[in-house]
Write a protein that binds this ligand. Structure first.
Ligand code: FES
Length: 415
């Protein structure tokens, strides 16, 4: 921290007064503050006085500001001597504020300082021609372009003794200069150009849908709402199926006993039961065969307000989804199963689950009717409703023709 004193008397002017334009500007600043709070305008007025007086504040300017604001001169003096943006000594036409803080020091600020001393002279003195003066200051916030200096209102960065010497020469002789990095780089990106975010597609809108982002977001919201509704419906149907005494048909041993394959997660299906197909009218009929059938009373259940009702799938009473067991295989034909994970929404876990149920090929799925789709959907433990939601039947029809999606994840169905 340097000692900040007023300039010696022999350089102090005899008087100071704002010119008409600045007087008007000062009045406008003062008017921004409530009555009795004019002192709040002290810094803007000191700044304007410095600007008018060739970049530095003489004693008479400080006193003029104090008088304008009806403040004690010492109060204004305290402010002017505290803030380093107020120059208390004369400065050159081009006032160099050289950063000497650690990042700039590590990047060569000491060599720049030597150039200042050689070309301009001692710190805080004006060169003989009045063109240049310099002062070492603390960090100016451009450390990523260190070393740097502020000259009047512009930053000059990435300085070297050579380019800085040339810069001072240009300023001294009135030649145009180019603020910013002096080594050719743009802003603070790497020398030689940016190395990231270079893909032109990032800037033409294609990544975010080429201006169609609102429609895309609306589609995403709609898909999410539909998925949530399908999930809720599937869960409700599964609960109903679990709570309903249904007669199911035991799978032939060849459909379920393939060694080494995970077994399907069948809901409680007693051995020897009949077809797993609740009545299409939503009323649950008494099972005709099997252990459960023998013990279950022949009743019609009252309608449940909590159950979803789909047109054509249920009505009136229980509101359950009609199910019918599809054709299943004990093993893949010729030992060559289709890659079911090419169906959008089917991953390795679901594919294994399907194989365990006896589903190995696209054409099996493609042949399903709605009731068979519902049968499978209700048995996708942890994924119930997925087959309906992702329209596996349509996907499988396409895949069974030999068509293949670009992505290994499959082709997301368009709704
Ligand atoms: S250290 Fe020099 S600008 Fe920050």
């Amino acid at each position: 921290m340097s000692v900040r004193r007023l300039a010696p008397d022999h350089v102090q002017p005899a008087s100071f007064a704002f010119d008409a334009a600045n007087e008007n500007w000062a009045d406008q600043q003062i008017a921004k503050y409530p009555q009795g709070r004019q002192a709040s305008a002290v810094i803007p007025l000191l700044w304007k006085a410095q600007e008018q007086h060739q970049g530095w504040l003489p004693r008479v300017a400080i006193e003029a500001v104090a008088k304008k604001l009806d403040m004690a001169p010492m109060r204004v003096m305290e402010i002017a001597t505290f803030y380093t943006m107020f120059n208390l000594q004369p400065v050159g036409e081009h006032f160099v504020q050289l950063c000497g803080t650690t990042p700039c020091a590590l990047r060569g600020a000491e060599a720049i300082r030597k150039v200042c001393e050689e070309v301009i002279g001692p710190q805080s003195t004006v060169s003989a021609d009045g063109k240049l003066s310099w002062l070492e200051v603390e960090c100016l916030g451009a450390c990523c372009n260190a070393p740097m200096a502020q000259i009047n209102f512009d930053y000059y960065e990435d300085l070297t003794p050579e380019n800085f010497r040339a810069l001072l020469d240009d300023l001294r002789h009135g030649r145009p200069t180019r603020p910013g990095p002096q080594n050719g780089r743009s802003c603070s990106e790497p020398l030689g150009g940016g190395e990231t975010l270079k893909d032109a597609a990032l800037y033409d809108g294609t990544v975010i849908g080429a201006g169609d982002w609102q429609a895309r977001i609306a589609d995403q919201r709609k898909a999410a709402a539909e998925a949530a509704a399908a999930k809720a419906a599937a869960e409700a149907a599964a609960k109903t199926a679990e709570a309903t005494p249904v007669a199911v048909e035991t799978k032939p041993a060849t459909e379920t006993a393939a060694a080494g394959r995970p077994k399907p997660s069948e809901p409680r299906q007693p051995s020897g039961a009949a077809q797993d197909t609740p009545a299409a009218n939503g009323k649950v009929s008494t099972p005709k065969t099997g252990t459960t059938a023998a013990s279950a009373p022949a009743v019609e259940r009252p309608p449940s307000p909590a159950l979803p009702r789909k047109g054509g799938e249920s009505s009136g009473a229980a509101g359950t989804t009609a199910e019918s067991k599809p054709k299943l295989l004990a093993a893949a034909r010729d030992g060559k199963p289709d890659d079911l994970s090419l169906i959008w929404g089917v991953g390795p876990k679901l594919a294994t689950m399907l194989n365990g149920m006896g589903i190995w090929h696209f054409d099996q799925i493609a042949a399903w009717k709605a009731e068979e789709l519902a049968w499978v959907d209700a048995r996708l433990t942890g994924f119930k409703g997925r087959a309906t939601r992702d329209d596996w039947i349509s996907q499988a029809k396409k895949l069974s023709t030999g068509w293949r999606p670009d992505s290994a994840l499959g082709d997301k169905p368009v709704k």
